[in-house]
Design a binder for this molecule. Sequence first.
Ligand SMILES: Nc1nc2c(c(=O)[nH]1)N=C([C@H](O)[C@H](O)COP(=O)(O)OP(=O)(O)OP(=O)(O)O)CN2
Ligand SMILES: [Zn+2]
Length: 125
Amino acid sequence: MYELKIISSFDAAHSLKGYQGDCANLHGHTWTIEVYVVGDKLNELGLLVDFKDVKKYTNEIVQRLDHQYLNNLPDFQAKELNPTAENLSKYIYDELVKKLGHLDVEVSKVAVWESPKACATYLAR
Ligand SMILES: Nc1nc2c(c(=O)[nH]1)N=C([C@H](O)[C@H](O)COP(=O)(O)OP(=O)(O)OP(=O)(O)O)CN2
Ligand SMILES: [Zn+2]
């Protein structure tokens, strides 16, 4: 099996409702996203999938998040979800699965870094 990883990033604000501490206040991060895809079959060029395609689809999702107040995005507001690193990793995973469905790869994990020292990852089962 082959595994590819691409990295993207965005800047956004959030607040963690119900959190006991400073993170309940409005604040921002530069979020770094790592997307992993896996698969067995290479094409005739020796590519599992073009990095450019994975980056393109990831960036389409990231553009929805960039420079936003994440709590107000419909997917979080409607479900009353805090935009934590965990919830963002699942959100990006779900959206990528929809976009990459036509390719011969699986999204295996999405890691969301809130800072260089703290990261949450959603793993496909
Ligand atoms: N499991 C999680 N814990 C926390 C999350 C999260 O998404 N998942 N988020 C936060 C806050 O967003 C907070 O802004 C980040 O906290 P932290 O990494 O501690 O950031 P600091 O800049 O305060 O880091 P220090 O190293 O403590 O200075 C909190 N927890
Ligand atoms: Zn935060």
